[in-house]
Design a protein around this ligand. Sequence first.
Ligand code: PSZ
Length: 493
Amino acid sequence: MFTKILHQPKTGTLIRYYSKTVLPQTPCPEFPGEYREPIIKTVIPGPQSLELQKKLNQYQDPRATHFFADYSNSRGNYIADVDGNILLDLYCQIASIPIGYNNPELIKAAKSDKWISTIINRPSLGVLPPKDWPALIQNSFMQVAPKGLKNVFTAMCGSCANECAYKAVFMHYQHIKRGGAPFSEEELQSCMKNQAPGSPALSILSFKKAFHGRTFGTLSTTRSKAIHKLDIPAFDWPAASFPDLKYPLEQHEKENRQEEDRCLAEVEKLIKTWHIPVAGLIVEPIQAEGGDNWASPYFFQGLREITLKHNVSFIVDEVQTGMGVTGKFWAHEHWNLTTPPDIVTFSKKMQAAGFYHNINYRPSESYRNFNTWMGDPLRALELEVVIEQIKKNHILENVTVTGKYLKNGLTDFQKKYPKLVSNVRGVGTFLAFDFPTPAIRDQVVASLRAKGVETGGCGNNAIRMRPMLICQPSHINIFFDRFDATLKELANK
Ligand code: PSZ
């Protein structure tokens, strides 16, 4: 289905399959019934959405809602709302939809007995796994396991994944320290009083502007926005500077290298001097919530070296960067590491959450990293279909093609509107660009929504692109058309 795209010359430069001025006649190949373009009938949120907001307000806080969606009318790259508006979705449930709304293959699979049984008979996976669970793990998670990581821990969400990964790291650290000996009586008793040595003082190093979740432990490593952290007690854990690089990267190689060296030196210094031993380091391949901040393979290779040198577990948080959005299944595959990360965490577009690890991170005793559900086999069934579709339809190649098309187009916008758009950056379709102020960024997101394109911000003043893996250059043309109209309006103000 993507052969048309794949047979284009691999020039690595702008690939214009569709004239920018002519709206596409071909909808997404997977969705013969996909909408051709956005349909706008009301302001957004429209009257029905506002009514539902009022209703919801009786029970839940609705203040973060953009609008109420009508999922039965959503198709492929388009999300429908309750007021009859149809929006091109380039934000995708905060970066979490892989192969489109109402994907026909998922609908077909969902009607199978296997799925129905899994929907209505939810197992406590750690205690009574269904008979096909080992085969399902093999057919889903292990199909895309990062090189070198042969085990998978399943969890409920990205925060859960990171939270349990930290626990695995601490248990591993203490196991090594104990030399494999059993727990002492003192440890067994002191942990019940939340005291050392049973509850040891250990830390996880993260980066400034990082986002790793909002559960209690992960929140201490999240440092993107104060609003996430206020009023919550936090661990006294170290935070290193993440490189503040200049874009475009090719034009600032020397100073960017210096900046990365500065951050690497800071990481090593913190590991050596922090008053609480550093057991693990967690990093996003591209800091997403914090503003789509980029660092080079050199930086991550450096982090890997430092963590190996100091026996610090290296956790790569691929919750947002994983599942093909950079054109490779895992963003860390772009780094050419000589040793794999110790742990890779995932959620979002994977549908299922958890972390990959090597056997050393399985605790020495069972029943330590544990809870009721231990993940959800339904999400593994979904992942199985998604992976099959990605492979069968060469969808990662599509991400690379659409990503190049999008990045080149954004670079053109940067040239056309230099006072508004800057710092186009990223890889695959994991792209972002800045505006001069947070207010202008917010205006652009609002204007795009009013014109039928759903996007999202990140950091202080960036817009991030988080389309589905099946997003085509034709969809990007629609975005370009609405983006140009928005920027024209702003430039004329
Ligand atoms: O406001 C929020 O809670 C948001 S907005 C986007 C996210 C959370 N991202 C979640 C996320 C992530 O981007 C990375 C890199 N790591 C962990 C998480 C946490 O995942 P969830 O939200 O599934 O717990």
